[in-house]
Design a protein around this ligand. Structure first.
Ligand SMILES: NC(=O)c1ccc[n+]([C@@H]2O[C@H](COP(=O)([O-])OP(=O)(O)OC[C@H]3O[C@@H](n4cnc5c(N)ncnc54)[C@H](O)[C@@H]3O)[C@@H](O)[C@H]2O)c1
Length: 370
């Protein structure tokens, strides 16, 4: 199959759909990979590295779209890319169609087959193409907290791990899923005193075993959240209620009982955030202060480390991408997890939740492909 990799054009997006390492895998499996010139610039990968991996470098996105049977990207296609998609072409990327009627209409009009990373599933009920970004965000949340705790940044002037004879920071993580686990791991590794709150007892049991006593676990009730937040130097918001906005677990009133210069990192901001006082920020201006508490609410945390993020994303997308390259659309029919990723098929919306959010007709793939 001819697989195309255009350069990402969304503002501040530096990741790339295929790294040179991933290109090598596709080429080894007998596919042709067409890469737009400078597509890897954001991760420091040159056209020459892509050539060495076996790719053909093309001068423009237009040529990549025109010559490829499958397009592999990172972010949802932007308006200038919509018109370049066509019937029978497979698009494999993050889409987030539910809140984006304009993009949905454009994909339907194009006639392409669009598979969304964020809805591909795995055998354990997880979202394997979303998880790597949660891993990155969870780990970076603690780095962000460490920076914000510094005195010149408005923080308490506290070193996360302390030093011998001096108390470390108390870090409370609300939500012990992928983000929360990786934040806790990083925080514990730095020597912080860490507590994870979750509503799932099963998850708390798993975390207890995983951390072998190095991290405290606590069932998340209103009382528990209050007690832990009031005593914390850092609170990481990492809750997710699938398909819903994040519950607001920390009110503005609670901030006055926290110590001045404490830090809130609301990773769940992309789902609306779990602190009443959260509002989305950017890497260019990541923090702001409310009632003496420093807030870090960057909505695309993994964008800060495109090299790590691209590699993590490629590791997760590779088996699915290779299956699509080998079998084409038949791979979607054969693999229920890839089928869960199918959002658009030749002018039809084939993902129920997306169709319902957009108020558009839904057609199961079995009928759409019949
Ligand atoms: N800002 C970013 O750049 C960025 C990057 C990646 C992920 N995220 C977001 O981070 C959030 C967490 O993602 P994840 O992959 O860890 O999700 P996940 O599903 O793995 O984990 C969520 C956890 O929250 C727990 N939870 C639900 N309600 C709770 C409550 N009231 N109190 C305590 N815990 C509760 C769940 O039991 C679950 O364990 C999501 O909103 C995700 O979109 C943001």
């Amino acid at each position: 199959m001819k697989v195309g990799v255009p350069k990402e054009i969304k503002t501040h997006e530096y990741r790339v759909g295929l790294t040179p390492g991933a290109v090598r895998e596709y080429v080894a499996a007998g596919h042709s990979v067409l890469v737009e010139t400078k597509a890897g610039a954001g991760i420091g990968a040159t056209d020459d590295e892509y050539r060495k991996a076996g790719a053909t470098i093309l001068d423009s996105a237009r040529e990549v779209f025109a010559s490829s049977e499958m397009i592999i990207k990172v972010k949802e296609p932007q308006s200038s890319e919509w018109a370049q998609l066509r019937e029978n072409q497979i698009l494999f990327t993050y889409l987030h169609l539910a809140p984006d009627p304009e993009q949905a209409k454009a994909l339907l009009t194009s006639g392409c087959t669009a598979i969304a990373y964020e809805t591909v599933t795995d055998a354990h009920g997880g979202l394997p193409l979303l998880a790597p970004m949660s891993e990155v965000a969870g780990r970076l949340a603690i780095e962000a907290a460490g920076s914000a705790l510094k005195r010149y940044a408005g923080g308490r002037g506290l070193l996360i791990g302390g030093v011998p004879g001096v108390q470390p920071a108390r870090i409370v993580v609300i939500g012990g899923g992928v983000v929360g686990t990786h934040a806790a791991r990083m925080a514990a590794g730095l020597g912080a005193e860490v507590t994870i709150l979750d509503r799932s007892i099963r998850r708390l049991r798993e975390l207890d075993e995983l951390f072998e006593g190095r991290v405290r676990t606590r069932f998340s009730t209103i009382d528990a959240v209050e007690e832990e937040v009031f005593a914390a130097d850092v609170v990481v918001g990492a809750v997710l209620v699938p398909g819903a906005s994040a519950p607001k677990l920390v009110s503005r009133g609670m901030l006055s009982s926290m110590r001045k210069g404490s830090v809130i990192v609301d990773v769940a901001i992309d789902q609306g955030g779990c602190f009443e006082t959260s509002r989305p920020t950017t890497h260019a201006d990541p923090t702001y202060e409310v009632d003496g508490i420093i807030h870090y609410c960057v909505a695309n945390i993994p964008g800060a480390v495109p090299l790590t993020s691209s590699q993590a994303l490629n590791n997760a997308t590779l088996p699915f991408g290779l299956a699509l390259a080998k079998q084409g659309f038949a791979a979607v029919l054969e693999d229920p997890h890839l089928r869960a990723g199918l959002n658009v098929y030749r002018g039809r919306l084939t993902y129920r939740a997306v169709a319902e959010s957009l108020g558009l007709p839904f057609l199961p793939i079995e009928q759409a492909a019949a």
